[in-house]
Design a protein around this ligand. Structure first.
Ligand code: SF4
Length: 167
């Protein structure tokens, strides 16, 4: 049997949830015989192309490029898990949803015409089907380990209903 692969991707976010993944280093080493990390730029520049068995995605969708990227990631992932408030609810950057993004850009940037952005910051589930949403800002490391262990074992995570299995 092939060793399952794990990928971690980042969209619009602060990296805090990825740091929680890194903080699980000891446990990930324990899992190492059962999983191969093939894409995690926060930890290593050595990346392998998909498909991936389990993919964690941090961050929200804020640009047309993000929207295209998450469709590609979804197509390459057997199980897609959105991690953190950015990925599950749009994050603090979703404050833009209540204002005029063009006006914000004109105030912040000298050449706002160079800025390609969406009017909103939205959750990953608003764009592609998601298998599980792990909430928190940042995520809880014990819950993350339960999610990884469960999906690698082919079962649903056993977590309180603050996190949502979308099946
Ligand atoms: Fe950072 Fe919080 Fe977003 Fe995680 S959910 S990437 S900790 S802002």
């Amino acid at each position: 049997m092939n060793t399952p692969t794990l990928a971690v991707f980042k969209l619009a976010s602060c990296d805090g949830c990825q740091l929680t993944v890194l903080d699980c280093e000891d446990e990930l080493l324990t899992l190492a015989g059962r999983v191969r990390i093939t894409h995690f730029l926060e930890a290593s520049s050595a990346v392998r192309p998909g498909p991936y068995d389990v993919t964690l995605v941090e961050g929200s969708i804020t640009t047309p490029a993000d929207a295209e990227r998450i469709r590609q990631i979804r197509a390459e992932s057997r199980v897609l898990v959105a991690i953190g408030a950015c990925a599950t609810a749009g994050g603090i950057q979703a404050l833009r949803n209540f204002g005029d993004v063009a006006e914000f850009a004109s105030v912040v940037y000298a050449r706002p015409d160079y800025i390609e952005t969406l009017a909103t910051s939205t959750a990953i589930a608003d764009h592609v089907p998601v298998d599980f949403e792990l909430r928190g800002c940042p995520i809880d490391r014990r819950q993350l380990l339960e999610v990884l262990t469960a999906f690698l074992a082919g079962r649903k995570p056993d977590l309180p209903d603050t996190s949502v299995c979308t099946e």
